[in-house]
Design a protein around this ligand. Sequence first.
Ligand SMILES: [Zn+2]
Length: 68
Amino acid sequence: MTAHFLGVEVACDGPDASRRCPESAAISPSLNSVTATEVRADGRTDGWSRRRRDGRLVDLCPNCKPAP
Ligand SMILES: [Zn+2]
């Protein structure tokens, strides 16, 4: 029997609400990451961040992350 994982894709929400990510970036999860939480943990090691925008959480790739 073959195990099959659907996986989770976490994509970048872009630099602001009206612009899409220029790279159409998505986190590439490690082999063991299945849930969105685990995939986001992989992203953090690559420089991704989560922040709140207009009352919801967005995921930002390293290119779209606002300067500190
Ligand atoms: Zn981006």
